[in-house]
Design a protein. Structure first.
Length: 518
């Protein structure tokens, strides 16, 4: 188990990234470093052959994604690795369980805590590109000739820049003469390039800024207590153009009241909102660094003398410089848990229950436009003309969770300790999504699908609903705190399976002997 110290004073977009490497044998797999990225949690290494499997993550007893949590709200994280302790969670606990508990109100007077940080971040490992144009061109020629057994001379540098031995000789002459002019025009009005461009440096910032602000108010007075918190995180993005800006907001309100000496009622409201701009490349390749490697020739400047993009620039960094192509995501999550706890017979018998609703609303808008460029004075061409569209994806999830269980705990004749638990769990999820796209944007500044006038319209959707229910129990017995016995079981049902195969029983048992007590 790890405590809140893992998250305090650290600058990261979400709690998942902070947990990576903090808990022994908890493997957190992130596809990349995007601030909005969720992760897969793995506890015992390889799970099943072919299908794989991930650990069940519970936040205050309810399944959830730690990427939506305010890291400053987390009190502790514990991992159930062995089959016995996870058995009570049924089939979904097969690959282990991660339990995350959020902070509660502290006893005593009301307190207000604020913490904030501003950080400058920079890439730690960057590719090394050749940025001297003549060196790049001569090496390109040598590599091409070698590949073709020195029987062929290239006519182009990949796709975007003409090549000839005469041009290479002229490039060398200009270098030796110290001529700084990088663009000339031939007799046909075509641009001829002798550049020394650094495409990577032109795209990636040397540093970017991130900020994090947390505020928490908590207190208690007699029979009532409360905990209020909020977090704002902002990341300014790594790119100079069309940057990957990220903003997130977390709010939490927890409170409880001791109605009688045997009944307590509590409520826990959690809200999360995230906005992220994801820049895109719409041409061939699809990945900006690959496009720079393929077509970002240092011999070709990014801009022509008239301010238009060169062909190489349009093929590589043009999507970013135009600042149009990309996806904007707007994700919201609202979760509320109402719970009760009762105590009877000197706290030997307890009944607890909770009801949770969780609503998730995600919207993603994607815009793709052709990239204008020029290879000749006064002539504008378009790259990736097949992309001139806008799409909108809307996802709604409506989740219900309820748990109720009773436990009895007592010691008989000083030597016999017994604890038993029995309970019921029910979950329901309804997930619906719609994805619509339309081509023929009226202008490059379109942000609404109504301003797409083309005939190519695509629409798709998805709907799913399933329910999970389970009866579970656990019994512990200890004699003189020396001989230990535990048995667990869960009768699990899922609507995902065919009728007749929807229910299964998952038992476990364990024995222990404490030799030190002999």
């Amino acid at each position: 188990m790890v405590g809140k110290e893992v998250f305090e004073g650290r600058m990261a977009a979400n709690a998942t990234q902070m947990l990576q490497g903090a808990v022994p044998n908890l493997n957190i797999n992130l596809a990349d470093g995007k601030p909005s990225r969720s992760a897969s949690f793995n506890i015992r290494g390889t799970t099943s052959i072919g299908q794989g499997g991930a650990a069940l993550v519970l936040i205050d007893g309810v399944e959830g994604d730690p990427a939506n949590l305010n890291p400053d709200d987390i009190e502790s994280v514990s991992v159930l690795k062995d089959a016995s302790s996870a058995a009570i969670y049924g089939s979904r606990g097969t690959f282990g369980v991660v339990l995350i508990s959020t902070k509660k109100a502290k006893q005593g007077r009301t307190s207000v805590n604020y913490s904030g940080s501003l950080a400058s971040q920079k890439p730690t490992a960057t590719p090394q590109f050749v940025t001297d144009g003549y060196t790049y061109a001569s090496h390109f020629s040598e590599a091409y000739n070698s590949w073709n057994n020195y029987s062929s001379i290239p006519s182009k540098m990949n796709k975007t820049q003409p090549f000839s031995l005469a041009w290479l000789e002229e490039f060398k002459r200009r270098n030796d003469a110290g001529i700084q002019e990088q663009v000339t025009v031939d007799g046909n009005g075509n641009y001829v390039y002798y550049g020394n461009e650094d495409y990577y440096k032109a795209l990636i910032k040397d540093n970017t800024m991130a900020q994090n602000h947390n505020i928490a108010i908590n207190g208690s007075s007699g029979k009532t207590d409360f905990y209020l918190s909020g977090r704002y995180y902002g990341y300014d993005g790594l790119y100079r153009y069309n940057t990957d800006k990220f903003r997130s907001l977390n709010l939490r309100a927890k409170g409880g009241i001791q109605v009688t000496n045997w009944l307590r009622i509590a409520n826990n409201l959690d809200y999360s909102a995230k906005k992220y701009h994801i820049p895109m490349t719409v041409g061939e390749g699809g990945n900006i660094l690959r496009n720079i490697a393929d077509e970002g020739h240092p011999t070709s400047p990014i801009f022509n003398p008239d301010g238009t993009l060169s062909y190489s620039a349009a093929y590589s960094v043009g999507d970013f410089i135009m600042s149009k192509n990309g996806k904007d995501t707007d994700d919201g999550l609202l979760r509320n848990t109402t719970s009760f706890e009762t105590k009877f017979f000197n706290n030997t018998f307890r009944v607890k229950g909770d009801f949770t609703f969780m609503n998730k609303d995600d919207v993603a808008t994607r815009i793709r436009i052709p990239i204008p460029y020029s290879i000749k004075e006064g002539e504008i061409l378009q790259l990736a003309t097949q992309y001139n569209d806008i799409s909108k994806y809307v996802l709604q999830e409506r989740n219900l969770f309820t748990n109720i269980y009773a436990e009895y705990e007592n010691t008989f004749k000083q030597n016999h300790y017994f604890k038993g638990l029995i309970g019921y769990n029910y979950e329901q999820k309804v997930r619906e999504s719609v994805d619509v796209s339309k081509n023929g944007l009226l202008t490059n500044d379109v942000s609404n699908i109504n301003l797409a006038l083309g005939d190519a319209i695509t629409a798709s959707g998805n709907y799913e609903k399933y329910r999970i229910a389970g009866l579970f129990f656990r019994a512990n017995y200890a004699y003189k705190d020396r001989y230990l016995f535990e048995v667990n079981g869960r009768y699990d049902g899922s609507s995902k399976f065919p009728i007749g195969s929807q229910w299964a029983f998952f038992p476990s048992a364990s024995l222990g002997w404490r030799a030190s007590q002999e």
